[in-house]
Design a protein around this ligand. Structure first.
Ligand SMILES: NC(=O)C1=CN([C@@H]2O[C@H](COP(=O)(O)OP(=O)(O)OC[C@H]3O[C@@H](n4cnc5c(N)ncnc54)[C@H](O)[C@@H]3O)[C@@H](O)[C@H]2O)[C@@H](O)CC1
Ligand SMILES: [K+]
Length: 510
């Protein structure tokens, strides 16, 4: 699902009006209708609404929502905040309409000091500003928004929380934005929803399709995408009936150190659950028996180092290498990574301590083979590329980093961003807070290197692997509380995740 920028949505909107064709007032009715329908499904029959409309089309949407709610029998009071005495044409049109209605209370507000009374059990519909916001909000809106935010009412924002920009909010003050309980976004998510710093503003968000023109959506060029199940199912290669293990690739995992052999055990287990044909694991000598006993399906290479790996042996038949899990940042481990980077041209999946070593030796980054993946969490990425004040800033740095170093970067978070060397970004749509647990990242490494060994290109392996990892976590969460999910539970659910994804694409030929 594309994530167009606010200015692009305006264009898609205009194209739809011209080519469907549909009048802008009817499109507004359609959009507001989806909001009203969502509300009917989520409120009690005796809910009272306070609808707050602004002077643009977001305000127009709010006026229509107010009329539809009143028509359905709800108790509605609607305020049109028109301090500047200037309304968009469609907002003006629906103001005339609403003024004629007798089944709701309507007032146009021009007094900057006026604050509507809001009760805790009421629902506030926020239609003050949408994607037409062109500068951070000032008074009297800041006070009005503070008044709404300090009420205990449930707040539903139409399209976007008022005051929030769709993309870059570095110059914005979150306290000057509506803090929505729910945000109902038309047709697409907004980029801003995907950054942790905006979570308090956005609340739970959902996309409501409003039938914008498919041709305009197809033509829209954006670097940002939200990975849907259908898109990810397309990436998953079918498994041929006559296949043998040799054609599913041979992965090598290298890592582990005294006290952290578990990390590579976890990676090995998830790797084997992700379709790889063969797996070899290189561990410090002291970890060899642990690995053989815990993961009998894997072959092992005991390193010469007792408690850390010292040199990685890459057999000729290895298709992809995963490095970093639990390997520590000792001098020996750093040497092993350096030697590997100098000698190996296979796609790599570089994680955890290997990333920390790279941060200490940035001159080695250029040695990373093409078609490789790096999987930093925000702190690891900051060590590689410098600190960022916001998620937006970090994402932009990660796009630069991926382009400069010709790698795929997986920036982990609630909406993990997978970024390729062309700067394309795919945000993951699966996963849950229960997955923020020890070893979860090692599990991801195993999945990614398995997909790379099977011939998936870095960007596809990363998008698909991150999606499956999150889906497995979601499946685990159907029966296990977030508090209790472990990395092993994620691996245990991987088979179900593959099945669920494949079932969407299955047809009689596959
Ligand atoms: N694009 C689409 O697909 C559709 C959009 N619709 C709605 O239209 C909205 C966009 O409408 P508009 O472009 O009219 O924009 P808005 O409704 O967001 O508001 C624009 C108005 O606010 C003023 N303004 C901007 N920043 C301000 C600030 N900081 N302080 C005070 N005033 C400020 C502008 O001068 C303008 O008068 C969307 O968010 C959505 O709710 C729907 O009606 C239908 C479909
Ligand atoms: K809004």
């Amino acid at each position: 699902m594309k994530i167009p920028a606010s200015y692009q949505i305006k264009g898609i909107d205009a194209y739809t009006i011209e080519h469907e064709p549909v009048s802008s007032a009817d499109l507004m009715m359609r959009a507001a209708g989806t909001v009203a329908e969502w509300l009917w499904q989520h409120v009690e029959y005796d809910t009272s609404f306070k609808v707050m409309a602004g002077n643009g089309n977001n305000g127009g949407d709010a006026l229509v929502v107010a009329m539809l709610l009143a028509k359905a029998g709800f108790n509605v009071e609607c305020f049109l905040f028109n301090y500047s005495q200037k309304l968009s044409p469609d907002c003006a049109f629906y103001k005339e309409e609403i003024a004629k209605r007798t089944n709701l209370r309507f007032a146009e507000v021009t007094d900057p000091g006026f604050r509507p009374d809001i009760k805790a059990d009421e629902w506030v519909i926020d239609g003050l500003f949408g994607t037409g916001l062109n500068r951070p909000l000032e008074e009297p809106f800041v006070s009005l928004i503070r008044h709404i935010n300090t009420s205990d009412a449930t707040v539903v924002s139409i399209d976007i929380p008022s005051g929030l920009f769709g993309e870059d909010n570095r110059q914005n003050n979150p306290e000057h934005c509506i803090h929505a309980t729910y945000t109902l976004s038309f047709q697409f998510p907004k980029l801003a929803f995907l950054f942790a710093e905006n979570s308090k503003v956005v609340g739970d968000w959902q996309v409501l399709p409003i039938g914008l023109h498919p041709k305009a959506i197809e033509k829209c060029q954006t670097a940002y995408n939200f990975a849907t199940r259908e898109e990810m199912a397309q990436l998953l290669k079918p498994k041929d009936k006559f296949a043998h293990k040799g054609i599913f690739g041979h992965a090598l995992l290298a890592g582990g150190s005294k006290g952290k052999i578990g990390a590579i055990v976890l990676a090995a287990k998830s790797c084997l659950r992700s379709g790889v044909g063969l797996l070899t694991v290189q561990v410090p000598a002291s970890g060899n028996d642990i690995l053989q006993i815990s993961v009998p399906e894997a072959m092992t290479i005991p390193d010469e180092g007792e408690n850390t790996i010292t040199a990685v042996q890459i057999g000729e038949k290895i298709n992809a290498v995963g490095i970093g899990c639990g390997m520590g940042t000792s001098v020996e481990a750093a040497q092993a990574l350096h030697q590997l980077l100098q000698t190996c041209d296979k796609p790599m999946e570089i994680d955890a301590d290997a990333l920390n070593i790279l941060a200490q030796h940035p001159e080695w980054i250029k040695l990373i083979p093409t078609n490789s993946i790096l999987t930093p969490h925000p702190a690891e990425f900051d060590r590689l590329a410098g600190k960022s004040a916001t998620g937006y800033e970090r994402l932009e740095k990660a796009r630069d980093f991926a382009a400069k170093n010709k790698v795929t970067v997986v920036l982990k978070g609630a909406y993990t961003a997978v970024i390729n060397a062309d700067g394309e970004v795919s945000f993951n749509s699966t996963g849950n807070p229960g997955m923020a647990t020890a070893g979860s990242g090692d599990t991801l490494t195993g999945i990614l290197v398995a997909l790379q060994a099977q011939g998936y290109q870095a960007f596809d392996a990363a998008r698909l692997g991150v999606f499956l990892h999150g889906l497995a976590g979601d499946i685990a969460a159907r029966t296990i509380a977030f508090e209790s999910i472990t990395a092993s539970d994620i691996t245990a659910s991987l088979g179900f995740a593959f099945n669920e994804l494949r079932s969407k694409t299955s047809n009689k030929h596959s």
